[in-house]
Design a protein around this ligand. Structure first.
Ligand SMILES: *[C@@H]1O[C@H](CO)[C@@H](O)[C@H](O)[C@H]1NC(C)=O
Ligand SMILES: *[C@@H]1O[C@H](CO)[C@@H](O)[C@H](O)[C@H]1NC(C)=O
Ligand SMILES: *[C@@H]1O[C@H](CO)[C@@H](O)[C@H](O)[C@H]1NC(C)=O
Ligand SMILES: *[C@@H]1O[C@H](CO)[C@@H](O)[C@H](O)[C@H]1NC(C)=O
Length: 495
């Protein structure tokens, strides 16, 4: 073969290889798209399987005015932050200076971990809010916020009759759906939450974040006192809710109270949920807690009287660690495997119910924990005790998953082209050796199975676990409030 024909052959082969690669890529992409379309259709069928029968839901506590900014366009990276790069522990818990705030933000941003922090420094907070409002580059925008109003809005949108415990200004109230019964009185100044949002791969100075998430800074003065509790109490008689949702208690985190005021307020919440009929299901929406003492108060006063808890992967890891070791976990893997998360959920379920079986004979108002909803980026997992009142776990997992996409993409339509899936083609149900592997099926995307969880030698409980993949929004528009919308969406189909 002559040199030239040899070259021609090489050229022909490379052209062919390139063409093949392009076609193969296109084939893979179209195959992906076809798969996502099938998954979407199956999940929509589950979501719409039956009509919602207008349940009554009471939701506490509080509200705020959310100020959103794009974190990397708002915060100035300074070279002094280099030292916090790859720092394994966060040394600042109290945020009192701007430097501490930036260090705290940097810590979570690098890990793509959701965080919610209080600062007692009112001047610093007000300065940041003023700067945020002015920073057109960071695209500031306002919205009605707070866990209770967001969960309430989602439930009302889905057809529930909602009673909301919150105090807000008339301006903020104008953003609330008119069909929600607001029990709190009007106030002059709303608590503000500064929400620093970032997208997957966002760069800030020398740092890059692995996933889209948000960091929330606040300086609340109404919410830490759960000031809407008494007015809800007055409105409850006769409402007879099917579901009572407790949320917003993280606003008590790190706040400095006088005397035993915090304990007193938490005990009031406990009394309020204890007073509910046994036909009313109680759901507690967890949140980001950094103060061990507060979490222990909640484990003593709120969790034992709740039927259900909802949380994200950070909050589950924290709760599991506090129950197991008595220590707070500040940050966890922002994209944990199913096996690992479910082991944590089983541990929490076992531990809390161990306590229940030891004390329910002496404290008859105690409730068995019968539901855990875990929301993560890649999947939704719901664990429900058999013979409990929670229905339709599979449908709820599908709805929660679709809501995650809709919220983050800020669009009511789930577009397969705007989505990707992180959940693997099969997943193990536990990290224990010999655990079952569940193959992922496009036609049956929500996997449910039955198992038995041992409650420390005392008892065994049968549960159903459902895992739904999330069709993750490729270009995140909003992450704050996702957990609340998702929790609300999961609850509506189960009551
Ligand atoms: C960042 O720097 C700019 C220019 O100096 C300033 O106007 C802005 O207020 C700073 N932003 C923050 C959050 O400190
Ligand atoms: C989640 O709730 C907020 C507040 O009600 C709302 O603005 C947002 O659109 C909701 N997300 C979805 C997916 O409806
Ligand atoms: C789980 O148990 C229920 C009965 O409680 C049954 O209807 C269902 O088919 C079981 N699911 C699986 C996957 O075996
Ligand atoms: C669950 O479903 C059963 C049977 O369909 C129904 O009787 C019950 O009221 C439902 N439970 C709740 C809490 O809605």
């Amino acid at each position: 073969m002559s040199a030239t024909s040899y070259l021609t052959l090489i050229t022909a082969v490379s052209v062919f290889t390139a063409l093949f690669a392009i076609i193969y890529q296109a084939y893979l992409a179209s195959n992906d798209l076809r798969q996502l379309t099938v998954i979407l259709q199956s999940m929509k069928n589950l979501e719409q399987a039956f009509p919602v029968n207008k349940p009554r839901v009471a939701i506490g506590y509080g509200s705020c005015s959310d100020l959103y900014v794009r974190a990397v366009d708002f915060l100035n990276f300074t070279s002094s932050l280099e030292k916090s790069l790859h720092q394994t522990t966060l040394n600042v818990n109290d945020i009192t200076t701007e430097d501490e705030f930036l260090q705290s933000f940097a810590y979570y941003f690098q890990r793509g971990a959701a965080a919610e922090r209080y600062t007692a420094n009112k001047d610093l907070f007000q300065k940041l809010v003023r700067q945020a409002k002015k920073s057109s580059k960071a695209e500031p925008r306002w919205a009605l916020g707070g866990n209770a109003p967001v969960i309430g809005s989602r439930l009302a949108t889905e057809g529930a009759e909602v009673m909301l415990a919150a105090k807000m200004s008339s301006k903020l109230k104008s953003h609330l759906r008119p069909d929600i019964h607001l029990t709190g009185s009007l106030i002059d100044d709303d608590d503000i939450h500064l929400i620093l949002e970032y997208k997957t791969g966002d760069e800030w100075g020398t740092m890059r974040t692995p996933r889209a998430n948000r960091y929330i800074l606040h300086n609340d003065h109404h919410n830490p006192f759960i000031s809407s509790l008494e007015e809800l109490e007055l409105a409850l008689p006769g409402f007879d809710p099917h579901l009572f949702v407790v949320s917003g208690l993280q606003m008590m985190d790190n706040y400095v109270y006088e005397g035993g005021v915090r304990e007193e307020r938490i005990e009031k919440v406990r009394n309020q949920i204890q007073a509910q009929s046994t036909d009313t299901l109680i759901h507690f929406e967890m949140a980001s807690f950094v103060e061990l003492q507060l979490l222990q108060l909640l484990l003593k006063n709120i969790v034992p009287y709740s039927d259900s808890i909802g949380m994200n992967e950070q909050e589950l890891d924290n709760l599991r660690q506090v129950l197991e070791t008595g220590k707070i976990s500040l940050v966890a893997d922002s994209n944990p495997r199913v096996a690992q998360s479910l082991d944590q959920a089983r541990y929490v379920f076992g531990k809390i119910n161990e306590d229940f079986f030891q004390s329910h004979l002496t404290d008859t108002r105690r409730r068995m924990l019968s539901r855990i909803h875990l929301h993560t980026l890649a999947y939704q997992a719901i664990l429900v005790a058999k013979d409990s009142k929670w229905n339709n776990t599979k449908n709820a997992a599908a709805k929660a998953s679709l809501t995650a996409h809709r919220h983050v993409c800020a669009s009511p339509i789930v577009n397969p082209d705007a989505s990707y899936r992180l959940l693997d083609d099969s997943f193990a149900t536990s990290t224990q050796s010999g655990a079952a592997r569940i193959p992922f099926s496009e036609l049956e995307p929500v996997s449910c199975w039955n198992e038995t969880i041992a409650i420390n030698g005392l008892k065994r409980l049968d549960v159903e676990i459902c895992v739904a993949p999330v069709l993750i929004c490729k270009v995140a528009k909003q992450t704050a409030g996702a957990g609340d919308n998702i929790s609300g969406a999961g609850l509506i189909l189960q009551i």
